[in-house]
Design a protein around this ligand. Structure first.
Ligand SMILES: Nc1ncnc2c1ncn2[C@@H]1O[C@H](COP(=O)(O)OP(=O)(O)OP(=O)(O)O)[C@@H](O)[C@H]1O
Length: 477
């Protein structure tokens, strides 16, 4: 982000400043050249030779500046990243006593930036020196040769004066033009990343077009983006789904996953850390598409559904809910389509066990959230209230109660497991949280290894029974 910010600044400088300077100097240089040609073409040729030498020097200098600008932007962005990381993770840095190391990292990048800037300044100095030397040399030569020509009667004093004047105009125009072009080249170096980002196409999931089938026309309306399901029942089906993350194509996150969840069923997904539970959810939220296989929602391939409409009907509470820097009320009603009453907000907060602590805040529901205002468990309760308020057809809770105390967790469990108006998918490390689920899907190494109720799985004495036996030692307990 910081790189993008500084690149855009440079780009706006080019558009605002350099372009008009370039146009002005091209016009001035052309005017001077026409006048010089009308005076004498041999003298004009000598001026053009000087301008060509200047241009050649500029070419070398310009190329150097372009690379230097790229490096300087890169080091600035990296230094900003280190500063940003350190300030955001201040607590971790202090606890681990790595202040010195972070200062060292920052200093190293600033030193590299300093060294590039010094080289940039030295190159600029050399470029200026070569310009002034050539320019003064031209004036001396013009006076010497022009003086001789006046003495021999070849040119008049008036012509010599005009020549020196136009020559100055032309050389200065070339110099300023070269200067503006240097700045332009620097900006091109800096803006390559901006253009690269601008040229990226949106993920194809946003462009997916839905197919319209006549038999479904009564319950689904055709939308340009995809099928919009008016009333989602919450039937979820994974058929032979395999997936690996684009950044780790050699490691399968999911392999041939098959299961189906009935409408209004409460299903828990359990398994050791890294077995693919969150990846399943990411596919269901269509943050990624499966590499193989198909996911069906209410019998429709997920790829044919309108993504926004689908997400509106899915409530998701993640492992580390982040709240927006706005008031609590707006945080709870965030993403709700249509008008939301304060009573609805407060009801959702009560159901999530958040109303009591919100009432003790200085401005109650109008308190603006800032870092350090709420504990992890309080943030989770607000995120759960947000999901409840949306009244989703499918509710996904990914470790959503991990930071809650026993009493709050029991209350939310009661709310989730006793209601039947929606499909609920719960991911939890604390196995006690999922015992009451209608079914438990057990995962291992990206595969579904067992499916059944708590009792059935215990009787089977397989993976799940082993997890239960070891649960007090299990990760995250
Ligand atoms: N964004 C990502 N890019 C690359 N690999 C990832 C990414 N997220 C997860 N993985 C990998 O995919 C595999 C499955 O991860 P996933 O997060 O789905 O597991 P999990 O069961 O939810 O783990 P946990 O219980 O610790 O949250 C792991 O090997 C993990 O390293």
């Amino acid at each position: 982000m910081s790189r993008l910010g500084s690149d855009c600044q440079r780009l706006s400088h080019v558009i605002g400043n350099d372009m008009n300077l370039i146009i002005r100097n091209v016009l001035q240089g052309t005017g001077a050249l026409v006048n010089l040609l009308s005076l004498s073409w041999p003298l004009t040729m000598s001026t053009l030779v000087i301008c060509s030498v200047l241009s050649a020097v500029f070419l070398v200098y310009g190329r150097y500046q372009k690379n230097a600008a790229k490096l300087s932007q890169e080091f600035t962005a990296k230094a900003n990243e280190v500063a940003e990381d350190t300030l955001t993770l201040m607590k971790t840095v202090r606890v681990y006593g790595t202040e010195g190391m972070e200062i060292g990292r920052y200093k190293l990048l600033l030193e590299r930036l300093g060294s590039v800037s010094i080289r940039e300044a030295a190159a600029y100095g050399l470029w200026n020196l070569s310009f002034h030397t050539l320019y003064r040399l031209t004036q001396v030569l013009a006076l010497l040769l022009g003086g001789l020509s006046i003495l021999t009667g070849y040119v008049s004093p008036e012509q010599l004066t005009k020549y020196i004047l136009y020559c100055e105009w032309m050389i200065y125009a070339t110099w300023r033009l070269a200067d503006s072009l240097t700045s332009l080249l620097q900006s091109i170096g800096a803006s390559e990343e901006v253009f690269h980002l601008m040229s990226l196409s949106p993920s194809h999931q946003y462009l997916s077009k839905g197919k319209h089938t006549e038999e479904n026309a009564t319950v689904h309306e055709k939308a340009e983006e995809g099928l919009k399901i008016q009333k989602l029942r919450g039937h979820v089906q994974f058929v032979d789904v395999s997936f690996q993350y684009p950044s780790r194509i050699t490691v399968p996150a999911l392999a041939n996953v098959n299961f189906s969840i009935q409408p209004n069923e409460v299903v828990a997904i359990v398994g050791a850390s890294g077995c693919g539970k969150s990846s399943l959810v990411s596919l269901l939220l269509r943050l990624y598409d499966p590499v193989d296989g198909q996911i069906y929602i209410d019998g429709f391939p997920i790829k044919e559904l309108d993504i926004r409409c689908l997400r509106e009907k899915i409530g998701f509470v993640g492992q580390e809910p982040h709240l927006f820097h706005m008031d609590i009320s707006s945080n709870i009603s965030y993403g709700c389509s249509g008008k939301v009453n304060q009573e609805d907000v407060e009801l959702a907060a009560s159901q999530a066990g958040a109303h009591d602590f919100i009432s003790t805040l200085p401005d109650g529901y109008q308190t603006v959230v800032h870092d350090g205002l709420l504990s992890g468990g309080q943030k989770q309760r607000i995120a759960i209230a947000r999901a409840i308020l949306r009244d989703p057809a499918i509710l996904i809770l990914d470790e959503a109660t991990s930071a809650l105390d026993w009493e709050s967790e029991r209350r939310i469990k009661g709310l989730i497991f006793n209601q039947t108006a929606r499909t609920v998918i719960v991911i939890a490390h604390r196995l006690g949280t999922v015992e009451n689920a209608d079914r438990i899907i057990v995962m291992h190494g990206g595969r579904v290894v067992e499916v059944g109720t708590h009792k059935e799985l215990l009787l089977r004495d397989g993976f799940y029974a082993r997890l239960i036996r070891n649960r007090e030692d299990s990760i995250g307990f």
